[in-house]
Design a protein around this ligand. Structure first.
Ligand code: COA
Length: 702
């Protein structure tokens, strides 16, 4: 790529300003300068009568260069693209292909006309980064498509296809043939028509607009990606209604700068890059390591197996679904069909799509049928013996080079691999429930055996089925559940010490978790943990903290499914209400263990739960079970519902709280509780004393 990210091409009296800034033509300051300089030169060139803005590569400009938002803000009046386009006297046409997002769409809206390929998509996704469209988008879009649709698009951040954009009035023509030829022709046809500037459109203030703004403000308050940016967007749209374009832009600029500095945006920008960084694995730098996956197989048609089979079918991958008996197989298939039909009932799948997906799921009770599968995922009971037995069978029937994956949530991938003569092909693929909904898949690498090609194939498959794959080392509970044990452990401890389940859940919900740990247990069923505890020796602290859960299960209170668990549930409802029985049981447990209950503050609840996560996260990093702290954040955001506007537990600890403070609080909680979970991680101690951040540990360049 040349230093100037683009060129200018002249076709008679039409000039094409090309942008060429791979991979996504992000609008960097160099792109901005190139556009402004080229447009100004062409504006004063008398032989040019119209211009086209187009991009090389796979897409029109996909937005501002997000990496530049973390640098100090500098006003560069020579790089005001939007102002330059508005001030132009010659018609300008934007030629859109790929994803014209954010700043790219704003540039297009500052042009007089927009033509697009049928596959092009446009959108203003800034809200997903805690930002607002700061290049005139909040002022242009309502003028082009109306207040209602503009609010919908900007508050959701969702993109729309060219046809829909054309219907709404954001695109003038959808072209079938060559985009550039069509754009040049279009520009030629507008040479004598004069300008058609978005700045000249006026929106009439009305009662309808006032009510739309009011509704949008209420929606903004409920946004899952933070509340700051959505509220600012609504204010900017109000300015678009009430003020001339230039005045509205001033409001937009001021609000944009405030968003850029806001912790929510810093966190969401971290999440954007963190997600992309998960793919960077030290020994997977070579291209072509991933093996082709044409046919898959899933063993076990229970909740997890069925969900995983659906993910594969959704991605058009034929999948054998194996069960031990016809009866369990057909029960599993019936659940899958019911799930698809529920989606169809909501209008998100057609009848034909339901049938096509069901037809991709190939039921069987015979291992021999798995012989053509390239990727086999075992999702059977969480018992090492059962898993070993399955892998021995797979070793006999699977074709050479097939990946043999286990959906275990905590068992050793090394031990499972040893059951086969091909441990290099064995890997963990830990999906989260419900598997067809949750985006996370922990890809667990055996300590030494799993080959780079097996890992690459697993990560590629995860991506293909719409999951974010995060590589974890082989330790008990892997990244997510190992850390979760500290989080739930603290929740249980605090209940014995003085809190109530509803207080713990409430404090964590207010922190941003979608559900508290006790609501979560009631949903998952308390009997699951009860059974797994019976198979292992508990420490005396665990015996104390799990006493309540054990008593509840022994009373038949296994959660929502039995009408009671940590909460009571009125017949046929899923709404938890505080339980007097539970409250009494808690007092009994405290008495049994000679604990004098005390007031536990909401602050203590949040700190103990989240700092326990962070301290274990530091151990996960120190033992190199995760490649980087940001991978841990992605695990928590996508597998456990950690609020994205807080960036993940590690980001929150480092950027919001500060590691020295986290260390101090961890030590305080250790003094208070003597809980080993608060034995400060040596890594936390080192980073806090060296005032270094997690990025200083990065092993792979990002
Ligand atoms: N600024 C800087 N870098 C960007 C970028 C942006 N706006 N958009 C994408 N990139 C980078 C990614 O970090 C990635 O870099 P990497 O290869 O070093 O990891 C690379 O471009 C490719 O992006 P990726 O998301 O992996 O490709 P994709 O084909 O799956 O998706 C997009 C392409 C454009 C749809 C997607 O990247 C996207 O949604 N980008 C953000 C758009 C946006 O929010 N714009 C408004 C900005 S305010």
């Amino acid at each position: 790529m040349s230093a100037v990210p683009g060129t200018v091409e002249i076709r008679d009296t039409v000039a094409i300003v090309w942008v060429d800034n791979p991979p996504v033509n992000a609008i960097s300051s160099l792109v901005r300068e190139h556009l402004v300089r080229s447009i100004c030169e062409l504006e004063s060139n008398p032989s040019i009568h119209a211009m086209v803005i187009a991009c090389k590569g796979k897409t029109f400009m996909a937005g501002a260069d997000i990496t530049e938002f973390s640098k100090p803000y500098v006003v560069n009046r020579d790089a005001d693209m939007i102002g330059t386009l508005h001030g132009c006297t010659k018609p300008v046409v934007a030629a859109l292909h790929g994803t014209a997002f954010g700043g790219g769409f704003e540039v297009a809206m500052a042009c007089d006309y927009r033509v697009a390929t049928a596959s092009a998509r446009v959108g203003l996704p800034e809200v997903k980064l805690g930002l607002l469209p700061g290049g005139g988008g909040t002022q242009s879009l309502p003028r082009l498509i109306g207040v209602k649709d503009a609010l919908r698009l900007m508050l959701s951040g969702d993109a729309i296809g060219a046809q829909e954009a054309c219907k709404l009035g954001a695109i003038d023509r959808v072209v079938d043939g060559d985009l550039l030829d069509a754009a040049v022709e279009f520009a030629r046809s507008k040479m004598n028509v004069g300008r058609r500037r978005v700045v000249d459109i006026r929106i009439e203030p009305s009662a309808t607009h006032a009510s739309l703004l009011q509704d949008a403000r209420a929606t903004a308050q409920k946004s899952k990606t933070g509340r700051h940016a959505p509220t600012q967007i609504v204010d900017c749209v109000q300015a678009a209604i009430e003020l001339p374009f230039a005045e509205g832009r001033k409001v937009e600029r001021e609000r944009f700068l405030a968003c850029r500095q806001h912790p929510e945006s810093k966190a969401l920008r971290h999440v954007f890059f963190a997600e992309r960084r998960t793919r960077k694995i030290p020994d997977l730098t070579e291209d072509g390591l991933a093996r082709s996956v044409k046919v898959a197989a899933v063993i076990g048609a229970g909740t997890m197996g069925g969900g995983i089979a659906m993910c594969l079918a959704d991605a058009s991958i034929p999948v054998h679904l194996l069960e031990t008996s016809q009866e369990t197989l057909y029960r599993g298939l019936a659940v899958i069909r019911k799930n698809y039909e529920a989606t169809a009932a909501k209008g998100r799948l057609s009848r034909a799509q339901v049938e096509a997906r069901m037809n991709l799921i190939l039921p069987t009770v015979s291992y021999d049928d798995l012989a053509d599968a390239d990727f086999i995922i075992e999702a059977a009971f969480e018992t090492l013996e059962i898993k070993k037995d399955i892998f021995q069978k797979l070793d006999k029937v699977a074709k050479s080079g097939a990946v043999l994956a286990s959906n275990t949530s905590r068992l050793s991938i090394d031990s499972i691999g040893e059951a086969t003569a091909r441990p290099q092909d064995v890997v963990g693929t830990h999906f989260f429930s419900p598997a067809n909904v949750m985006r996370l898949c922990e890809v667990v690498r055996g300590s030494t055996a799993t080959s780079p090609s097996t890992l690459a194939t697993s990560l590629e498959l995860a991506r293909r089925i719409g999951k974010v794959g995060v590589v974890s080392g082989n330790c008990y509970g892997f990244i997510g559940n190992r850390m979760l044990s500290g989080y739930t452990g603290q929740a249980l401890s605090m209940v014995v010490e003085g809190a109530l389940p509803e207080q713990v859940d409430g404090a964590l919900r207010r922190f941003g978790m979608p559900m508290g740990p006790f609501q979560m247990s009631d949903l998952a069923g308390l009997d699951v943990g009860y059974r797994s505890r019976k198979g292992r020796t508990l420490t005396s602290r665990e015996q104390r903290d799990y006493r309540l859960a054990d008593k509840l299960v022994e009373m038949g209170r296994c959660g929502q499914k039995t009408g009671g668990g940590y909460y009571d549930y009125a017949e046929g409802t899923r709404t938890p209400s505080p339980s007097a029985i539970v409250s009494e049981l808690i007092d009994d447990v405290a008495r049994e263990h000679k604990v004098t209950r005390r007031v536990v503050s909401d602050e203590e609840i949040v700190e103990r739960c989240i700092f326990a996560l962070v301290n274990i996260g530091c151990e996960v990093l120190r033992e190199e079970m995760a490649y980087r702290a940001s991978d841990i954040d992605i695990v928590y955001l996508n597998g456990y519902g950690f609020p994205s506007y807080r960036g993940g537990p590690m980001f929150w600890a480092e950027q919001v709280i500060g590691l020295p403070t986290v260390l101090e609080r961890v030590r305080n909680y250790h003094a208070l509780t003597a809980d080993p979970v608060f034995d400060a991680s040596p890594l936390l101690i080192r980073l806090a004393s060296e005032t270094k951040g997690f990025d200083s540990l990065e092993v792979v360049s990002s």
